[in-house]
Design a protein around this ligand. Structure first.
Ligand code: HEC
Ligand code: HEC
Length: 139
């Protein structure tokens, strides 16, 4: 019960700090535009269906990296969505996604090597899991 008494005020503060849904852009990320808060969980403040940040193996942000959602693991099946990371390495869209029982995701950088996430996901808050040493990385 201590937890709920703690969480409620924090949520209120967070929403106040965000001004609700902070100007969520309707256009998806594009390499020629940059954004803020790279690495943070964008969905805490924005109404994106999917968002996150891609890094290179050396830890620098990866503008132009490609992120996809597919219906089958390993980059197979139908491609449901393709996004390109913006100038800060972040990708985002507010386009509705039908997650169903789960979709698969992969990233690709300039080398063309596909890095695939094995487990299916049912939500687009990529940076909520990929933080600290577990960033999304492309090569
Ligand atoms: C703590 C809340 C918060 C987080 C986390 C956050 N944002 Fe924002 N964002 C805002 C607010 C508030 C605004 C509007 C005011 C501003 O530009 O700072 C905004 C504005 C933006 C804009 C500009 C919108 C426009 O129409 O000009 C983009 C793009 C954006 N955010 C993307 C992101 C991405 C991508 C992430 C995650 C990597 C992210 N934001 C994380 C609160 C947040
Ligand atoms: C619920 C937590 C969670 C969410 C949400 C999540 N991931 Fe992951 N991701 C993981 C875990 C755990 C692994 C390692 C195990 C695996 O591949 O399933 C991983 C692995 C990956 C890998 C492979 C890493 C490598 O080095 O080869 C990529 C790429 C990736 N995720 C991208 C994404 C993208 C893009 C999103 C958002 C569309 C996302 N992930 C959402 C937890 C998550």
């Amino acid at each position: 019960m201590r937890i709920s008494r703690f969480v409620a005020p924090v949520l209120l503060l967070t929403l106040a700090a965000c001004g609700g849904d902070g100007g969520t852009p309707s256009q998806p990320s594009t390499p020629t535009v940059s954004s803020h808060n790279a690495g943070r969980d964008c969905l805490q403040c924005h109404g994106f269906s999917l968002a996150g940040t891609v890094y290179r193996d050396d830890g620098s942000a990866y503008p132009g990296a490609e992120v996809r959602l597919t219906t089958e693991p390993g980059g197979a099946g139908d491609v449901v969505l393709t996004l390109t990371a913006d100038g800060a390495g972040s990708f985002y869209t507010d386009r509705a996604v039908s997650w169903g029982s789960g979709l698969y995701t992969d990233v690709r950088g300039a080398s063309g090597t596909l890095r695939t996430m094995v487990a299916p996901i049912t939500g687009g808050a990529c940076n909520s899991c990929h933080s600290g040493a577990d960033r999304i990385r492309a090569e």
